[in-house]
Design a protein around this ligand. Sequence first.
Ligand code: EPZ
Length: 423
Amino acid sequence: MIPMANYIISGSPKNFGGSVNISGSKNSALPIMTAALLSADCSRIHNLPRLSDTMVMCDIISSLGCAVQREPDGSVVISADISRPKRSCGYEMFSKLRASVLIMAPLLARFGKAKIPLPGGCKIGARPIDLHLKGFTAMGAKIRQGHGFIEASAPSGLTGCRIYLDFPSVGATENLMTAACLADGATTILNAANEPEICDLADFLNGMGAKVSGAGTDTVTITGTPRLHGCEHTIIPDRIEAGTFLVFAAGLGTELIVRNAEPKHLKPLLAKLGEMGFDCEAGSDFIDLHPSGRPKAVDIKTMPYPGFPTDLQAQAMALLTTGDGSGMVVETIFENRFTHIPELCRMGAQIKTEGNAAFIKGVRHLSGAEVRATDLRAGAALVAAALKAGGKSVIHNIEHIERGYESFTDKLRNLGADIRRED
Ligand code: EPZ
């Protein structure tokens, strides 16, 4: 049983602010780590965040018989110099990390077979992989399901084709784009996801000698090549971590500079913060949020990139809880991504929901309380609320938060937050 840990946070820190360095993107690191298995050569990945999610992915890659090494300079070297994978990843490991579905691409494309435990749902929704499997089938793979496992096989290799994604799924775009690199002929993915993490993965694949074009648009074209070589790559900054810290400071009305960030990946959040009355100055690799008063209430609707990201929905809602007026938040990406709402209400927030819409009536102050993190971003929302609440809060199950935020308490303490971790 993983020991449960808590954060103890005393709200309204006196001098919160300064600057914070943003880590590499979790959601870019995970697909790039699996893509490295497309080649027997070594690939070196810089700026890979130290998170429980990336550590689980290292364990999964190692369990297949590949070498994974964190170097003294912080980079990670992955070498898949194997003739075939040792075994499929076990349910236990797989259930810890949904993104391990991405391991299917290199196993299927390079070794002709991928067998993984059928991913279960999670707190934010059923999270099916039908679009992934539909794409693999279109590329000539045979899919079998049984005993809680999914097996995709293509012993004579994959064949390029045109695939239309019913929904611009990030994971499906990544899985299919990666597999298509070793397919025979060209693959076109239509209605592909546009997220910055897709572009970073495409850059990594092209660094390996693949031929991927159109990443960042809704049509990605991949021309298959017989083999790929290793490469060296630096992961892009984590736009969700950057946005989360901006929300922390906005809630406290203090100045904050987020460094090593990519402002163009944060346009939807910066636009919303602007509507709320926050002045953000964007530089080449930093964002400077200027001090301000109470946020104006706004409406937010999550959409695929470049719309407002679902991964910042909970944090933005926490900001609206003390807004001046009433706001509405509509979650269109996941069917159950409001689990933070009852916890925010325990702190005095006034939020009602109707289906995938939440109505937030701004209050002057929140009060510290004992609350529980239900998923990564919901937990971050509770931290945002606890930082500005009066009194002490205890946040349980914070292992969810530490899946996606590197050196989280150190970064917050360096900014002046009164937070400590308790096992
Ligand atoms: C990625 O998840 C991210 N995770 C998520 O971040 C993020 O919220 C999500 O994209 C949307 O931006 C990683 O990159 C590791 P999807 P993914 O496939 O790929 C449905 C975080 O907090 N769908 O774009 O799983 C699905 O059920 C995490 O860092 C199908 O129906 O997201 C969902 O409703 C949470 N069939 C919607 O599409 C499929 O085959 C979006 O899912 C695939 C997805």
